[in-house]
Design a protein around this ligand. Structure first.
Ligand SMILES: [Zn+2]
Ligand SMILES: [Zn+2]
Ligand SMILES: [Zn+2]
Ligand SMILES: [Zn+2]
Ligand SMILES: [Zn+2]
Length: 573
């Protein structure tokens, strides 16, 4: 049935979750420009479908099917297709065109693409230009690092997500240009600091929220250019040092108590800006820098005219539904890009490639449709080479057939993902049970991620304070108190805890990562009014209600004080 829009905004019902979503006049212009149909799924379901193709943390050891070396891989040994290590995959030792197949109009395009996908070698892991950093994924240019995900240009960093240009940073999420950091979330340019959240340019501090350019501050929020502030009280140097000497932060019990106090401070005392936006115009979302006309974008830098983007740290223009793209222009429903690229629709990991549709891991290419695992390709369909004229004719034919089957305009179906739903980041944001995933036809991985029941030591038999432990702790196997998976403390990690007086973690890497992600607000927006005057702050005459309204990631029922940009500025200046 053809949808006819009589008004400028067209209400659609999501084919998957049945919720209503809008396609407005601006969206219609974009889809026309891309020459693709309007989406049938709501923005959330579209992102879930793309995320079902991104495995970040289910890493396995397996042999490369070409050189036979054992490597770290996104694919376990039970993956039915071929997997090549990074050296082999990028080499000229094989030719993707030998896997080319003739299009069969009697069969669904997705079915034929899937057969091709299963036959071509998959790239074992994305981890380039790294040294002594085998266990880092979707990452590049890291040295002496371990379990970093989506990270680059770091040295001696362990257990982190979106860590950039940092050194000696551990257990952190979205941290940039920082040194000696522990449990930093959404922090920039921090030095020798721990347990800090949404802070920038601070040093020798701990438990800070929304603090800028501070040093020697502890358990405080909304500070600018301060020193010796403790529990939001200005102290003298001597008073501050006396207060701090009462804490043994390397004690697990102390750290736990302080974490609880910090959560209470965030809830009761801190003023929260409705959205983190720096140098942005006409944009909605959160964690935005230099964005103009961006709608519902999260963790995006230097973007213009974009909608529904999650994680794009460098520069993108005129894109919809795009994730993990370093660069891009005119992208629609795209997962991952690195390098300059224009005009991609329904592609994943097709880096530095332009005028592409339905391609998976097709690198440095142009004008391809339905190709998989290829490099420097042009005028290829299902990995088969055509002349330009043949290519255009066949491409048009396939699109017509796909339209007739209601396939055109849909991203690769989640059922075709090579990963179990529980191995992907879709499950992080939209967790499902095995039964729920199977009901939708999505795979589930039975691969044991880590071992259980092999602990050699109980935490109850360990000293509470890191100061009382020695390196022998690295020989022990512990049980994660949250998921019961076994994990170890590696030597470099232990030395960091010892040197900087940090309590040993009692949860595994996965649980620590998820706990930090839960500190960040969901990638969702609600309409709210500034709550400033409700708290009797003095800057409104006669307690007048601040009339500013905004879209925020703080749900209306949440207890925090959520302020507009102007009121937040007044409270932090
Ligand atoms: Zn939906
Ligand atoms: Zn190999
Ligand atoms: Zn765990
Ligand atoms: Zn206000
Ligand atoms: Zn106000």
């Amino acid at each position: 049935m053809v949808m006819v829009c009589i008004t400028k905004t067209c209400m659609q019902t999501c084919k998957q979750c049945k919720k209503q979503f809008n396609i407005d006049a601006q969206d219609q212009v974009f889809y026309k420009k891309m020459n693709v149909p309007e989406p049938t799924l709501c923005p959330d379901c579209r992102r879930q479908r793309r995320f079902a193709f991104r495995n970040e943390r289910a890493l396995y050891s397996r042999p490369c099917d070409l050189c036979k070396k054992t490597v770290v891989s996104f694919y376990s040994v039970s993956y039915p297709g071929k997997v090549y290590c990074q050296d082999c995959w990028w080499s000229d030792a094989w030719d993707s065109k030998t896997y080319g197949r003739v299009y069969d109009p009697s069969k669904s395009f997705f079915e034929q693409f899937h057969e091709l996908f299963l036959s071509v070698p998959q790239l074992a892991l994305i981890n380039t230009k790294s040294e002594n950093a085998a266990f880092t994924a979707h990452s590049a240019s890291n040295k002496n690092c371990y379990l970093l995900i989506s990270a680059g240009f770091n040295e001696d960093c362990y257990y982190g997500f979106q860590i950039v240009e940092s050194r000696d940073v551990m257990d952190s999420t979205f941290a940039r240009q920082s040194e000696i950091g522990y449990e930093l979330v959404d922090c920039d340019k921090m030095y020798n600091s721990r347990y800090c959240f949404k802070s920038e340019g601070c040093r020798d501090s701990a438990f800070l929220y929304d603090c800028h350019n501070c040093d020697n501050c502890f358990m405080s929020c909304n500070l600018r250019n301060k020193r010796y502030v403790y529990n939001n009280q200005q102290l003298t140097k001597e008073e501050y040092e006396k207060e701090l000497s009462a804490y043994h932060i390397s004690s697990f019990k102390t750290a736990e108590t302080l974490k609880k106090d910090f959560a209470i401070m965030l809830k009761n005392d801190a003023v929260h800006r409705f959205s983190d936006q720096i140098k942005c115009e006409q944009s909605t979302g959160d964690h935005l820098l230099n964005c103009k006309n961006c709608v519902q974008c999260f963790d995006v830098r230097n973007a213009e005219d974009c909608k529904y983007i999650v994680v794009s740290p460098v520069a993108i223009f005129d894109c919809y539904d795009t994730n993990y793209a370093i660069q891009g222009e005119l992208f629609c429903d795209v997962l991952s890009n690195i390098g300059a690229a224009m005009d991609q629709a329904f592609c994943q990991y097709s880096w530095a490639s332009s005028r592409m549709q339905y391609c998976s891991y097709v690198m440095n290419s142009e004008d391809c449709f339905g190709c998989a695992s290829a490099k420097k390709a042009k005028y290829c369909i299902l990995n088969k080479q055509y002349t330009r004229e043949e290519y255009e004719k066949l491409r048009g034919r396939i699109i017509e057939d796909m339209e007739a089957r209601n396939e055109y305009g849909e991203f690769f179906l989640a059922a075709l993902s090579p990963f179990g739903y529980n191995e992907t980041i879709a499950n992080d944001e939209w967790p499902l049970t095995r039964e729920e995933a199977n009901t939708r036809g999505w795979k589930w991985s039975d691969e044991a991620r880590g071992v259980r029941g092999k602990e050699t030591k109980q935490w109850s038999d360990m000293p509470d304070d890191t100061a009382q432990t020695d390196e022998s702790v690295c020989n022990e196997m512990f049980e994660c108190r949250a998921c019961r998976k076994n994990y170890k403390i590696i030597k470099q990690e232990f030395l960091f805890y010892k040197r900087h007086g940090v309590a040993l973690p009692r949860e595994c890497f996965d649980c620590r990562h998820m706990a930090r992600m839960r500190m960040r607000n969901p990638r969702k927006l609600w309409h709210r009014q500034c709550a400033c005057s409700l708290y009797g702050h003095g800057h409104h005459a006669d307690n007048q209600q601040c009339s500013n309204k905004f879209e925020t990631t703080y749900a209306p029922e949440r207890p925090e004080k959520v302020f507009c940009a102007e009121c937040h500025l007044k409270e932090t200046a």
